[in-house]
Design a protein around this ligand. Structure first.
Ligand SMILES: [Zn+2]
Length: 359
């Protein structure tokens, strides 16, 4: 149940100001939450600061703060969750000031899907209006028809990809990756990546959450990475929609790989076939890497949504993180990681062995 007004209790008096607009806020690495027997939640830090007790709304904001967010995103989250509350504006910055004053917040932090600390962000037009229109259209489709269409599309994708590998002379998977195609690379960067992100945006809108923004992150000020800001996904209560939001991007990769495979099969030798094959390989490689539960990825976000624990990856893979996660969730996450690693090693080994056998 959502109470009508947020409970801002914190273990000591709140500060008076803080949280400049646009400032990224994130819990420092090494900050962990500990739940006491009677339900109190403590924030404890490896840097020796005294434990800080939070409750109510502060506790509710911890997953967002652990991932990294902004004052605006937190405000929007609270407004959606507590529409009757009138004290969000003064109390949220005060709450953040308190966390900052005891050294629990890191400055200039990153946000989910927004790259790492020290990155530069170039804003792009928000795809939200377009995603909203497409989501409205898709919502009008009968659910059964949509499922059948998806199954048929996946079957056609699989048939197309198998078709590429059955062509004569039979290509080795490495050939597809190594046969560089400038046109294929351009399609991957200029079409597949934006469509991947747009897939997340449409799924977000279908779940009833707006896309907050979009842009390009320059990782370490050099490597560009496109993103949509789907921070508002936290307002989606259902696990299923949250899983779909995370998987919508990889699903786009799969479907584009299928379409490109059919183009490769249908066209003869030439630059079009080379480009299409390169797109197939690029989509599949980015798919495999993008669903890894070991990194902060679409796969880890989907698994965390499935397990209903936004901090499951940190709790499963890093010591001293996310003490709120329960053991079954941690074990389930580790099991999926082990299965992914096993499949990755078996697949990679088979590819290398197949490649060596040709010489
Ligand atoms: Zn994605």
């Amino acid at each position: 149940m959502v109470s009508r007004t947020p409970d801002w209790r914190i273990d000591a008096g709140t500060g008076s100001a803080g949280g400049e607009p646009g400032t990224a806020v994130r819990l420092r690495d090494g900050v962990a939450t500990v739940r006491r027997a009677r339900g109190q939640v403590l924030l404890v830090s490896e840097n020796g600061t005294p434990p800080l007790r939070v409750s109510g709304i502060g506790e509710e904001l911890l997953p967002l703060l652990a991932e990294g967010t902004t004052l605006e995103a937190l405000t929007e989250y609270l407004r959606a969750r507590y529409p009757a509350a009138r004290d969000i504006e003064p109390k949220l910055p005060a709450f953040l000031t308190k966390l900052r004053s005891v050294g629990l917040l890191s400055e200039g932090a990153s946000q989910r899907h927004r790259g790492a600390r020290g990155d530069a962000h170039i804003p792009l037009p928000n795809p939200d209006p377009l995603a909203r229109q497409l989501a409205l259209l898709l919502r009008h489709l009968p659910a059964d028809a949509a499922r059948v269409a998806l199954v048929l599309a996946l079957a056609a994708t699989l048939a197309g990809i198998v078709g590429v590998f059955l062509e004569t002379p039979r290509p080795h998977p490495f050939d597809l990756v190594l046969a560089f195609s400038p046109a294929g690379l351009a399609i991957l960067l200029l079409m597949v990546l934006p469509f991947h992100e747009f897939g997340h945006a449409v799924a977000c809108r279908m779940a009833g959450a707006p896309v907050v923004g979009a842009g390009v992150t320059l990782y370490r000020y050099v490597v560009p990475k496109l993103y949509v800001n789907n921070t508002a996904v936290y307002r989606v209560a259902g696990r299923g929609p949250r899983v779909w939001i995370a998987l919508a991007g990889p699903l786009v990769n799969v479907l584009v790989a299928g379409a490109a495979a059919w183009v490769a099969v249908a066209t003869g030798d030439g630059w079009v076939e080379e480009a299409a094959r390169y797109v197939v390989a690029g989509c599949l490689v980015t798919l495999v890497l993008g669903i890894s539960p070991l990194a902060a990825s679409d796969g880890s976000h989907a698994l965390e949504a499935l397990l209903d624990d936004d901090l499951a990856r940190g709790a499963a893979l890093f010591r001293g993180r996310s003490h709120l996660s329960i053991q079954p969730v941690i074990y389930a996450y580790r099991l999926v990681c082990a299965l992914y690693l096993l499949a990755f090693c078996v697949g990679s080994g088979a590819l290398v062995a197949g490649s060596l056998s040709r010489f």
